[in-house]
Design a binder for this molecule. Sequence first.
Ligand SMILES: Cc1cc2nc3c(=O)[nH]c(=O)nc-3n(C[C@H](O)[C@H](O)[C@H](O)COP(=O)(O)OP(=O)(O)OC[C@H]3O[C@@H](n4cnc5c(N)ncnc54)[C@H](O)[C@@H]3O)c2cc1C
Length: 254
Amino acid sequence: MPLENAITETAISKAIVESYYRKLADRIESDVIIAGAGPSGLVAASCLAGAGKRVTIIEKRLSPGGGIWGGAMGMNQVVVQKEALPILEAACIRFVPQDGLYVADAAELACGLCIQALRAGAVLLNLVTLEDLCVRDNRVTGIVANRTTIAGALPVDPLVLSAGAVIDATGHDAAAVQHLRKRGLLDAALAPGEGPMYAAAGESFVVERVAEVYPGLWVTGMSVCTTFGGPRMGPIFGGMLLSGKRVAEMILAR
Ligand SMILES: Cc1cc2nc3c(=O)[nH]c(=O)nc-3n(C[C@H](O)[C@H](O)[C@H](O)COP(=O)(O)OP(=O)(O)OC[C@H]3O[C@@H](n4cnc5c(N)ncnc54)[C@H](O)[C@@H]3O)c2cc1C
C-alpha cells in the first residue's frame, strides 16, 4: 500500500488532539508538580518518578533544559565537579576530566536529563507557565497554569493542576515563591534575590539550603539562591544537579 494512503490530515490532527488531552486529563492530579525543566527540575523529576511518584513537569518554554543549553557566553560546554558525576553516569552522559573538574556537552546533558526523566515516567507539559499557586488551609495544593502564549497576554482564565507537593525549579525567577511572597504568605525577608558571584560557596548553598519554604512548596536549583539570598555561581552545574536530587530525597523522606 502506498504510504500516503494511510495518511489523512484529519487522522493526524485527531491523533495529536486526542492523545494530548488524554495526557493532560491524566495530569490534573499529580503527586509532585515541578515548575521548570532546567537541570535541577529534571533531576528531581527522574528521582521522584523513578521512586514511583506521579510527576508532572511544566515548562514555560518550548524546550526543556533551562540554562544548560548556553553553557557560558553561548559556549555550549557544561562544567561539573566530581560529586555530580554519578548523576551524569546514571543518565549515560559522557564527560571528560579537565583541571580537577569535568566537562560535558551541553546538548547531551539537556537531552540526557530530559529523556531520563521521561523514561522514569515523568510527564512534561511544555509551553505551560506557572501563573499562581493554589493554597488551601495554609498549604500549597497545586498550581495555576496557563499557556505561555496566553499568560499575561490575553484575558483567558488558567487551569488548575493539583499536587501533593510543588517544586519551584524556575531558576532565577523563583516564580512560585514570588507568588506567595507578594501575597504576604512568606516571611518578607525571603526572596531578596541572589548574591554576588562566589562559585564554591554558591554550589554548596544551592544544595544545603534546599527546603520546603511553605507547606507543600519546595525550592531547588537557582530558586534556592533567589529565595535565601545565596551567592550566584556562574556556569558550573554540579550544584544544580545535586540540588534536584536532594529535593527529591527530602520529599520522598517526608
Ligand atoms: C539567562 C541566564 C542567566 C544565568 N545567570 C546565572 C547567574 O547569574 N548566576 C549563576 O550562578 N548561574 C547563572 N546561569 C547559569 C545556569 O544556567 C543556572 O544557574 C542553572 O541553569 C539554573 O538551573 P535551574 O535548574 O535552577 O534553573 P534553570 O536552568 O534556569 O531552569 C528554569 C526553567 O524554569 C522555566 N520557568 C521559569 N519560570 C517559569 C514559570 N513561571 N513556569 C514554568 N516554567 C518556568 C524556565 O523556562 C527554565 O527552563 C544563568 C543561566 C541563564 C540561562
